[in-house]
Design a protein around this ligand. Sequence first.
Ligand SMILES: [Mn+2]
Length: 496
Amino acid sequence: MENMKFLSDKPLYITDTILRDAHQSQAATRMRIEDMLPACEILDSVGYWSLECWGGATFDSCMRFLKEDPWERLRALRKAIPNTKLQMLFRGQNILGYKHYADDVVDAFCRKSIENGIDIIRIFDALNDVRNLEQAIKSTKKYGGMVEATLSYTISPIHSEEYFVKLAQELEQMGADVICVKDMANLLLPMDAYSLIKRLKETVNVPIHLHTHNTSGTGDMVYLMAAYAGVDIVDTALSPMANGTAQPSTESLVATLQGTVRDTKLDMGKMSDAAAHFRKVAQRLKDTGSLDPKVLNVDTNTLLYQVPGGMLSNLISQLKQANKEDQYYEVLAEIPRVRKDFGYPPLVTPSSQIVGTQAVMNVIMGERYKVFPKESKAMLKGEYGTLPGEVNEEVRAKAGIKPETVITCRPADLLEPEIEKYRTQYADIAKSDEDVLSLALFPQVAPDFLKWRDDPNHEKPVDEVVKPAAPKQEAPKPAPKQAEPEIRELIVEYKG
Ligand SMILES: [Mn+2]
């Protein structure tokens, strides 16, 4: 140990993801508010820096699968957790949806999130186009929230350490209170983590928050090396839903650092009590088939193909549906090629769905780029922002996009204010501004949900029990009406 020196002497702060990313990554975001509330008092007393509990896929999942009002969930959590900061994940100009929204919608969403109980908003953009973070950063600050501006970490010829250090400087200048390194696919290796965190600490003044998963089995080592390099905060999950596609376990890291200068000072006894509760929840999710134990295995394909773990399981189920399971490895090999043609976007919602779907189409159609889902075209046209690297112009031409029509301004500058339009459109079903936002983000799901919610005779859904060995089941979806396939219909629930 003589050669290893901590580059910080402050306690390491912990964000626990048990209420959001842990079950999003392991159990298709199926944890319900009833699973959370009994443990809230104890979670609130552990001493966490924050609890991640909202945003990401939880909003969609609440309405689509659980028949829960996501806003009501947030208010219930805030009431039950009065002392610990509550944190959410926010996709920049995409908010919690899959397309760009106008600035007034982004502003209203930040405002309502904070009013209903959120303290910290982690804001990312799939392409790391900082213009897509501008409005969310501005609005979060305006309503008194803390901004965690985020680097979507990936590996490519474009994404060097230098690239991320420069990006972090930019985000600090834009007003970030904290910089998050979001390694959604567990691609950041321990030695690279040490080097990157050290550089970031030397370059920016705001705290650095590291987020990884344990998909490829390196997560604990990543956090230990980052702790040595002086990272301020890391994301872990309580042990019952830790590891595999979720975060490394909180208790293991806390124990590792005990007695060092970076001792987290978190209460192991209280965490053990909270874990006893979530073990039961994890068991229920296993019994109902939402938590497939396969996600707990180390999957080193992530390291080989640079594809997030959740994306792999989705590819398998998509190929099964198309009866093309035998082409799994062809699709895996096609993903990096599509990614290169598209200018190396990091693979995170929604770019992971877009690149993944395009790769599936390229393989199962028997001809590359015979079909372009409309989201692929939008991405190549610049509608999601500037792609990090050079786009293959032949591919762009095949998609029918002329180079001179590619959008180079901030995409949201082309959008007129939308919130009044939504308010009018949904006047008959929206009971609040929060409802208007739910409807604006999920027009296919929210109307039915709100009708169900406001029906005094509605029945609570019962868990559909899936045999443990059976594949995950999705709610039946209406057949797509468009001529072009819709991402959402083809590939659902990639995890980010
Ligand atoms: Mn994540």
